[in-house]
Design a protein around this ligand. Structure first.
Ligand SMILES: [Zn+2]
Length: 178
């Protein structure tokens, strides 16, 4: 059994359990037998325990987590490796398309060089935003690991901290980070 923690809301410890433990129990990823489990948890129907575990789940990047952006120069370099093959094909089979093909390529590279600074700036910004988001989730999970839940008041709290309504936990974990 984990160390007893006192809920700052009701001053009791009987209905308190670690948030991560409830989450794992709810997901069926952890089994605690008999005395090891708090009475209020062992008496809870599995359906309710599952619902509670879901409410107390850790912050995650979500399903639509964006793909790591590729450096624009790398994209252009890769493109440049294949383009001679296409160009050679046009050169040999469609003599009339030689000039238009070269002009289109020249326009593409010209446009890229002209806009490169802005494109790189946007890339760096995207990279920084992704990194910041990943760090926020990571420190959110670290905070989540330290939280306790009190069933009496439906609040979560960090030892020595204030009580937060369980439904406000996601916002608490990701915002007001120091
Ligand atoms: Zn309480």
């Amino acid at each position: 059994m984990s160390e007893t923690k006192i809920c700052p809301e009701c001053g009791q410890a009987e209905q308190v359990e670690k948030v991560s433990t409830i989450y794992l129990l709810g997901m069926g990823l952890k089994r605690e037998q008999g005395q090891a489990m708090r009475p209020w948890l062992s008496e809870m129907p599995q359906v309710e325990l599952k619902a509670l575990g879901k409410r107390l789940s850790p912050p995650s990047a979500g399903r639509g987590s964006p793909v790591r952006p590729l450096h624009p120069d790398l994209v252009v370099a890769t493109f440049s490796l294949v383009i001679p093959i296409f160009l050679a094909g046009i050169w040999n089979t469609q003599p009339g398309m030689r000039l238009p093909a070269v002009l289109v390529l020249a326009a593409f590279y010209g446009l890229y060089l002209w806009k490169r600074k802005a494109i790189l700036k946007r890339f760096e910004r995207q990279k920084a935003e992704q990194k910041a988001a990943a760090q926020r989730i990571q420190s959110g999970i670290a905070r989540w690991m330290k939280l306790y839940y009190c069933a009496e008041d439906d609040v979560v709290f960090a030892p020595g901290g204030e009580a937060i309504p369980a439904d406000q936990m996601p916002g608490y974990l990701l915002e007001n980070q120091t």
